[in-house]
Write a protein that binds this ligand. Structure first.
Ligand SMILES: Cc1cc2nc3c(=O)[nH]c(=O)nc-3n(C[C@H](O)[C@H](O)[C@H](O)COP(=O)(O)OP(=O)(O)OC[C@H]3O[C@@H](n4cnc5c(N)ncnc54)[C@H](O)[C@@H]3O)c2cc1C
Length: 303
């Protein structure tokens, strides 16, 4: 398989490339392993972090690639809680879970910054979500009026700091494989990049833009737009968290935490009541067994 194009975020890493997570496991850590976390994107990293608070070095993380080399390292990098997706209780639960995730990530970053030497950056900045596909206009109207459906969407995020960069993504509707499922990242399609730049020029007719980085990534969607988080059917002791769509930055941290609660409960035999109300809300709303044909132990967690 061809090497996928390097995303902008990887260029910010100390060596310009992600950490080879599998190299961190030596023979000793493999012998001690009590819980194995497969996949080290946001979800796996969060699960491993929360588990290691209780189990220390019994937790081992492995990945088919490197640290944050999947969707996590290739995304738009913004936390955007959905508030207008639908006006009903389902929309309200999404909004509650996503807003709580943002708060939890902020607290986590603050805690790390108090203890670690290299500070993490988390900026509250501005951005816009909109559609450049005119056919989508009615769906925007219905979203505001309370009924929701999957739609094309562009997003524009102003980066904080002096680099004058904008993260701009979307325009899937002009891609040649639009609507087709695909399983690995490819080169960015020229017509998608061109459509994005034209869109920027339409919004800011007096500004001049240069494309510094263009990259692609895979998103994993479920039919109802809710991730699957919980035990694998008929596989005691195995759990999944996947299907975060374009909202991983506002779901994965707390979903990884909820999985860690389940794992600890399974290991320690504690009662369900030992799982916090926040994690219970996640595990109920994103329950794996709500869909038929839910993943079994042969499925992967890949986007
Ligand atoms: C282009 C793009 C833009 C996005 N923009 C945003 C955004 O701005 N805001 C937002 O909230 N969300 C965004 N998302 C979505 C977000 O990035 C994802 O929802 C989130 O990163 C999912 O995290 P994850 O840990 O579940 O998956 P991943 O980050 O994909 O991690 C899964 C890991 O599992 C590994 N793996 C898979 N199968 C195996 C296996 N069999 N054995 C070992 N390892 C395996 C993979 O190598 C990978 O590292 C975007 C996604 C894309 C692609």
């Amino acid at each position: 398989m061809a090497t996928p194009p390097r995303p902008f975020w990887h260029t910010l890493l100390p060596d310009g490339k992600p950490v080879a997570v599998n190299d961190l496991a030596d023979d000793e850590s493999c012998r001690r392993v009590g819980v194995l976390v497969i996949g080290c994107g946001l979800t796996g990293a969060s699960a491993a972090y929360h588990l290691s608070q209780k189990l220390g070095s019994e937790v081992l993380v492995v990945d088919a690639r490197d640290l944050a080399d999947g969707a996590t390292g290739r995304n738009g990098g913004h936390q955007w809680a959905e508030v207008a997706e639908s006006g009903d209780e389902v929309g309200a639960r999404h909004a509650r879970i996503e807003a709580a995730d943002i708060t939890a990530v902020e607290a986590f970053v603050n805690t790390l910054n108090e203890t670690e030497r290299s500070p993490l950056e988390l900026h509250r900045t501005g951005g816009v979500h909109f559609s450049m596909d005119e056919k989508e206009a009615p769906s925007y109207q219905s979203a505001v009026q309370g009924s929701s459906r999957e739609r094309h969407e562009e997003y524009l995020i102003q980066r904080a700091g002096d680099d004058k960069m904008i993260i701009f993504g979307g325009c899937r509707h002009v891609a040649t494989d639009e609507g087709e499922p695909f399983s690995h990242e490819g080169e960015p399609e020229e017509q998608v990049t061109e459509a994005l730049v034209k869109g920027l020029e339409r919004i800011f007719p007096d500004a001049c833009f240069r494309v510094c980085h263009a990259w692609t990534g895979l998103m994993c969607f479920t039919q109802d737009g809710r991730p699957l988080v919980g035990p694998l059917q008929e596989s005691a002791g195995q759990f999944v968290a996947l299907g975060f769509g374009g909202h991983g930055m506002v779901r994965t941290f707390t979903c990884g935490r909820a999985i860690s609660s389940l794992v600890l409960q399974a290991r320690e035999g504690t009662k369900k009541s030992s799982i916090s109300p926040e994690d219970t809300e996640i595990l109920d709303f994103f329950a794996v067994d709500r869909v038929s044909g839910a993943p079994t132990c042969s499925s992967s967690t890949n986007d």
